[in-house]
Structure formats: structure tokens, C-alpha cells
Design a binder for this molecule. Sequence first.
Ligand code: MN
Length: 720
Amino acid sequence: MHQLDQVLSAVAGYYPNADLPLIRRAYQFAAAAHDGQTRKSGDPYVTHPLAVAQVIAELRLDVASICAGLLHDCVEDTSATVEQLGELFGKEVAFLVDGVTKLGKLPYSTREEQQAENFRKMLLAMARDIRVILVKLCDRLDNMRSLNHLPPEKQERIAAETMQIYAPLANRLGIQWVKVELEDLAFKYLYPGEYEQLAADVAKTRAERLEYIRTVEGLIMKEMTDNGVPCEVMGRAKHLWSLYQKMKRTQRPFEEIHDAIGFRVITDSQMHCYQGLGVAHQTWTPIPGRFKDYIALPKPNLYQSLHTAVIGPRGERIEVQIRTRDMNLVAEHGIAAHWKYKEGKPVAVDDDKKFAWLRQLMESQKELRDPTEFLESVKIDLFGDEVFVFTPGGDVKPLPKGSCPIDFAYAVHSSIGDHCSGARVNGMIVPLRYQLRNGDTIEIITSPNQKPNKDWLKLVKTARARTKIRWLLRQEQRDKAVQLGTDLIDKALRKHNTTLARAEKQLAAAARELKCMNVDELIIQLGYGKITTQQVLEKALPELAKKGEEPEKKTESMLKTLLRKVTRRTSSSGIKVAGEEDILVRFAKCCSPLPGDPIVGFITRGRGVTVHRRDCDKGLDLDPDRRIDVEWDGNGKTQHEVAIQVMCSDKPGLLAHISQSFTDQGVNISQAHCRATDDGRAVNTFHASVRDLDQLKSVIRSLSRIKGVFSVDRVSADVA
Ligand code: MN
């Protein structure tokens, strides 16, 4: 009970009205829950959460954090649940424990710096409340302190993770003493030989160093007070890890590292800080370029201080930091120093106010010179518009919030995106519209036949995926245009007893005249319907120009006859023929065009104009001379009959489901043909009336979602 009393009195010390009985109950709950469990050291397990709570108390955090520290391993390692903790200790405590538990489950494997950075961001994004991170840091500190009881390979893994993730986090949150201790502990397990050597070297010169520190402290103190700056002066040696870094950086042995000691001057006001700086610079020669004013320009973690380096009394460099008592509190405890207590009560904080100062930080971040400084660290929902997910290999990918598996697939590799047919998230198959969540592990299922479609554009959030999909869709359209254009020109040329190959030169000339770069572009323009075969023929085969006029005239005169014959009808078809609205129009049964489909018209004697889809095979076979430009005029309120084929498993009830789906979309079925196949499947063809392409697409989408449906296709209405 002794250690618990220490925690309680520490909390009571900085927070007189603290709910100490709650802390006591949390301890008792943890002790009961972990009863019978021991640590690797042989101690009862509860000594660990208790030690964690003690570190949390050193950071002067609130009661909820202390309780969370005591209970942090209960959900993971005992039968206790988050709900239970919520009932017993309140929602806040339960939320914090839940957060710490989730962070503990994130798989981390040692990676390069960029990955470590992403992982740190992921931790912060998942924590949502900075206290979750602080409790996690305290947990890690106690784990590092007792690391010697673990087997060597575990020691190395945990030490590497501490060095890459947790020490930088402590640093960015401004909790210096935690950072320093984590680094030295990790150093010890990562480079045992170097650590022992350096620790021995430092110990050997300890007495000498202490004497030196005391001398310089006295000198600084005297100069400061003589000049009217009241202060305390503290000298301290660099910690082992930072000494080791310095030795490596400068390629010098320990004996030659002379600025291993820094001095801190704590005074009472900002004015005295600047005055003290003047004193230091007057007494010893300042080293150019080493002065930094973090009082006027605080660091993003709120750190404030004056930094300078001078040539000390023995001709060696010494570092001097000058700051007020308040600034020192922030420097020591970082973010933790902001849980302030007024009149014994925590300041009432709703989330908005709690993070108001964090938001201010974001503003000041913009002025920072070093953008890699992990500025985001403090603002816990700074990553509100980002989501961090794992690849199966354990890499972390940052993506915009709302991203789907397709975005992830393209972030991994564009060929994976292009062939993405499905995804497994944390081992479960999910639809492609699934929205990624922090900490998800995503595995993309690819298929060589899969390719991007237009619907993907509605799902993706990243510019990268969008660009790649658009590019491929355009490419596909282009391929179709090339095919159509080739067919059109080929047929036209054959009529005049020549071929594409033979007319190459003439076509090249025609291309130039029609302002196309080359024949390929000419064919594409033809396929897109930007130019007509007639135009090409006139330019390519001018000797046929006279004859060529004939079909043109023929078309024109046919159209005129048509116009005369057709009594005025309202524009019920929703089609404009060559710019005219009231033409008798019929939709080809073979391809059943819908408003939204690219279309082409053919003049049919006596039956007006037949409209085909531009990619309809039958349409391509028709006489190009009868071809006429048609377009949707957007006013059509007509229903159009289409045929939809649904392949599904032959299960009772499924048909009812399917027809319900039509009804839900406001679509009537006029005919249905259903037959079962030998392999237990059913092929159903539905004739239904829809308004336009969009409505058809939404019907197809909703049919595809039905469980047991394998495929949904728009088919030719001739198919019955
Ligand atoms: Mn723990």
C-alpha cells in the first residue's frame, strides 16, 4: 500500500480537492483484476499499473488520467470490460483506458524514419485525447525501466520502438525528462557495448565534472546577482544518448566533447531573462549563430526560453538557457503543465476550450523554419482530415479521411489500383465503398480482368486515384473511338474501291486539311463524331468529290421529305435530329439507347430516324450515308425500355428481392424471363422502363448489392 499512498499524496499535493477515493477504488479494482498475475520480475502484476500511475502523478495529470494509469492493462489482460470501467469509474476513465488499449494493439515493426513518422501520427490520430498518449508514454517508461527482466530479442524490439516512436513523441510533447530517460534506457539495450563504455567514462570524470559545474554555477550566479538579475542556476551534464550522438556526429572521443554541460538560469520575469542574456554575453564571448529567442517565438509545444552558447571560463563552449519559473514548468512537463488547477478544482474544460491553445499552436507552426519538427504533435485532432492505415507488410499509409480501398490500392501502386477487384480489411472482405479507419490493415485483392469504371470516381478521395482512373477511362474511350473511326473510314473507302493502306497518302493530306495532326488523329476525330466520313472523303478523294456530293444531297433531300411527311409532333422522343426537334424517331431494339448514351441516327425510309447507341454493332453495319447527327435534347420525359440480365443463385425468395429492388428504384418491370441452369444458378432477363442512363445505373447498382446476385448486365432488348 505504500506506493499507492505516494501516488495519493502526490495528487493531493497539486490538486487539493482531488477525488482520492476514486483513485483508491481504481487501485483496488486493478489489484483484484490482476490478482494471481505476476510480472517477469516476479512481482505482483499490479505493481506495474501502480508505477505507471506514479509517473502520471509526476506529470501532474488529472484524476481520470491517474485512474486510467491504474486500470490501463485491465481490459487487455483481465476479464474487465470497457463498459464495466465506464459504470464504475465514469466514461472519461473508460475512454482513456480504451484508447491506451487500442494503441497497444497497433503492430509496429522497425522501419525507416518516414514510416516511424507516419506511425507516430497514427498513434496521435487514434488517441484523440492527448491524455491517452501521456498515459501510454508513462506505461512505456515503466516498461523500459523493467526491461532487464525480458529476453534479449524482446528487449531489442521494445528498445528500438521506444527510440523511434516514444522518445520522439515525448520530445515533441515537450516532456524532457521522460524523453531523456527513454533515450538512455533504449540506448542501453540497443548498443550495450557503447553504452557501458560511455557510462564508465562519464562516471570516471564525475567528481571532476561536478566540481566544474559548481564553479561555473557560482560564477554565473555572481555575475547575474551583481547585475540585478535574481536567479537560480543549475548545471547539468548532457544525457548519455545525446553525448553519444554528438561523439558520432563530430567523430570525436568522449574526452574531446567539451560542451557536454549546459547551464540553466531560472529567473522571475521575462525582462530579467533578456537582462540575464545581456549579462552572459558581457561576461563571456558569445558564439555566433547560437542565440535563439524562444520567448518571442515559442516552439510549437509551447516551450519558451532563451538559448545561447558562450566561451566559458576555461575556454570551452558552454550552453546557457535562461527562462522564468513558469517557462521552466512547461519545459519540464510540456503539455502536462497545461492541466492547471484553480482553487483546487480542475479548470472547467469543454473540448473546445481544452484545445483552444492547441489551435493557436497550429497558427504559430506556420512560422517555423523546420517543417519536419512534427508540429502536429500537440493538436490531437490535427489529423482529423487524415486516416492512417497499414499495408499487409506493416507500412503505414496516410490517406485523406473518407478514402476507400481503391485509394489505398493506388497509393500502393497504380497497377494494383487498376486491377483492384476487392479488399480485405483486418482479414474481412469489405465492399470497395468501405471507408478506411485508423489502424486498419488493408489487403487488396486484384484480378487481371478488373479495370477502373466510372463509379470508382464517386468513391475515391485521393487525387492520385482520380487521375489514374480518369486517364484509363479516357484511354478506353479513345480505343473505342479508334475502332469506330477505323470501321467508318474503312467502309467508306471500300465503297470507292480503295482501302486504308492504299489511301494512306490521301488520308494524310485530308488530315492536314482538316487540322488533324496525322491519320491516327483523323480516325479518332471520326470515331468521336467530330468530323464525318463525308468530310474526309471530300478531302482525301477529291476526284470523287462530285460523286461525293450525291450522298450528301441524298441525305439532305431524304431529311426534307421526312420533314414534309411527318406531321408536327411534340418533342416526346427527347431527341434532336440534325438540330431539329420534331422528327419521327424510333429507338433501335438492338441496343435500346437511353438518355445519356452516346448515340447516332440513321435515316430509314418511311420510318423516320432510327437511333442507335454509338457503339452498337448493328448501327456500325448500316449505310454511313444514311447516318445523321442526333442528340438528346434533355426535355424527354419518355420512358425507355431496356433489358437487364441478372445472374444469381437459384434460391427461393431471391426473385422477390430482385423485383423489390426494381420497385424501390421506381422502375416497372414489363416482362421477366427466368430460367434455372444446371449448375444451380438462375438467369433472369427483365424488360423494364427507365428514364435515363443514370436511373438504369442506379438499378444495376442496387441489384448488384443483393446477396446471391453474381452479375447484372444491360443486354440487347432482342434477347428474351
Ligand atoms: Mn502496461
